[in-house]
Design a binder for this molecule. Structure first.
Ligand SMILES: [Zn+2]
Length: 462
């Protein structure tokens, strides 16, 4: 009985071994005949067309066998050039998947007339290739992905229609122009700051205008109208007839302990990120530097919410019975204990009256922000349309809310000294597409008539 049991066990063992051998042979045969799974290829570009310089990214993925050779080519007509190529080692078929593999790779490059001067208008093909894991009985079968893109090499047409553009450093202006079809973006570049255009109200198609900002840091007439297509072909035309440099003024502010004790904890309690465990001076410097930067970025973001119509008319209102305490573009040096601790530039108009004085809307518009805004304290921002906005800071109380439509002169708040304010006053700041500009021009009916109204009138329909 014992022997029989042993023989049965032996036969069962042989059967298991035979099964394993058959499976191994089957696997080897399958590996020899099959090729690896198809690598996944994705081609993306930063523009929908090829122009001077279009960024191309080809992403390759093959999780199981890993990637071997990956390649990116540009093809136009009979010409095909390799833009980028990479080869990765991978284990042989008989290694049964053991060894180093590269499951993912990315090829990045730039194509366009800047790097491929031979490109012609029309179309071109971006071709990405990845080889596949080959079996001993099979050659590699590459996987190919292609993207066909239009090639455009000429910038759109741009013609300036308005005339007599006299502008100032830190100021604003309006220019009217006509752009050709295929224009994707147009506007004005002043230094490194771009203000985008809008269709001219009531004008024929293709006629546009830009209410543009000139940064307070721009010291020369580097101001151009521009138009570009979706391929990045760009034309720039100078149009400014006169440019007046307005150097920033300077001021020195002495930080006293009483002032720090009053403003710093009040801001720190409402503004996240202020290092509350450090000295009042450290906290102040953080607020005056970092928080100021964040607030300007926030205003830039908030003022994107703008209507495509003129909601305002005539001169902007200066808060009644106020004296100007500080001007636009004032470079301030901050002293503490007799030494210089900071430099910042003040970018509004400080208007002082009596405490808790009535603050009127400087012009008609729609409230896009009403609430706490760190260095500005309690603040209101009004959109006036086409990228123009006014900000009212250091308020003691607010009488409007976001979404409200306001008339020129309507009471929106009471003045105060919230945020970074030495005493009760209104901080009035004017923004064009998020860029601070001098409020003085907007308080001047004569300036508006000559530089905004006249520009829009002379150009349209003439
Ligand atoms: Zn101010």
């Amino acid at each position: 009985v014992k022997q029989t049991v042993g023989a049965k066990r032996g036969r069962r063992g042989i059967r298991v071994v035979v099964a394993v051998v058959i499976m191994a042979l089957a696997y080897a045969g399958w590996r020899s005949l099959s090729v690896g799974p198809a690598p996944v290829i994705t081609i993306t570009t930063d523009r929908p067309a090829i122009g001077p310089a279009t960024k191309v990214t080809a992403a390759f993925a093959e999780e199981r066998g890993g990637l071997g050779l990956v390649r990116l080519e540009l093809v136009q007509g009979d010409r095909a050039v390799v833009l980028a190529e990479q080869r990765f080692s991978r284990p042989s078929v008989f290694a049964l998947g053991i060894g180093e593999t590269t499951p993912e790779a990315t090829l990045e490059t730039t194509v366009g007339s800047k790097t491929q001067a031979w490109l012609q208008e029309g179309a071109a093909v971006l071709r990405a290739t990845a080889d596949r894991m080959a079996g001993p009985l099979r050659g590699p079968v590459p996987v190919v992905a292609e993207t066909r893109l239009p090639v455009r090499l000429h910038p759109p047409r741009l013609e300036v229609l308005s005339s007599q553009h006299y502008v100032e450093q830190g100021g604003a202006g309006v220019v009217v122009f006509r752009v050709g079809s295929g224009t994707a973006r147009s506007g004005v570049r002043a230094g490194s700051v771009e203000s985008l255009s809008y269709p001219l109200p009531g004008g024929p198609s293709g006629e546009r205008f830009t209410l543009y900002a000139i940064p307070w840091t721009l010291e020369t007439a580097d101001i151009r109208a521009f138009a570009e297509d979706d391929a990045g072909n760009r034309v720039e035309i100078p149009f400014v007839n006169g440019f007046k440099p307005v150097p920033p003024s300077t001021d020195t502010i002495t930080l006293g302990d009483d002032f720090l004790a009053r403003v710093v904890p009040a801001i720190a309690s409402q503004t996240p990120g202020v290092p509350a465990n450090q000295s009042l001076l450290h906290q102040y410097l953080y607020i005056n530097g970092e928080v100021r930067k964040e607030d300007l970025a926030r205003v830039h973001e908030l003022t994107r919410d703008t209507a495509q119509r003129f909601m305002w008319s005539g001169a902007f209102l200066q808060m009644p019975n106020t004296a100007r305490r500080a001007n636009f573009a004032e470079m301030r040096t901050y002293l503490y204990g007799g030494r210089v601790v900071d430099h910042q530039t003040h970018l509004g108009l400080d208007l002082a009256s009596t405490a808790n004085a009535v603050v009127p809307a400087a012009n008609a518009g729609r409230v896009i922000f009403a609430g706490w805004l760190d260095i500005y304290g309690n603040a209101v921002i009004i959109d006036h349309g086409y990228g123009l906005a006014s900000l009212y800071g250091h308020l003691s109380s607010i009488e409007v809310k976001a979404g409200d439509t306001v008339e020129k002169g309507q009471t929106i708040a009471r003045s105060g000294s919230t945020g970074l304010a030495g005493g009760d006053h209104l901080h009035l700041e004017i923004f064009i597409q998020g860029q601070s500009v001098s409020p003085l021009e907007w308080l001047d009916a004569h300036w508006i008539a000559g530089n905004v109204t006249a520009k829009l009138d002379t150009a349209s329909g003439q």
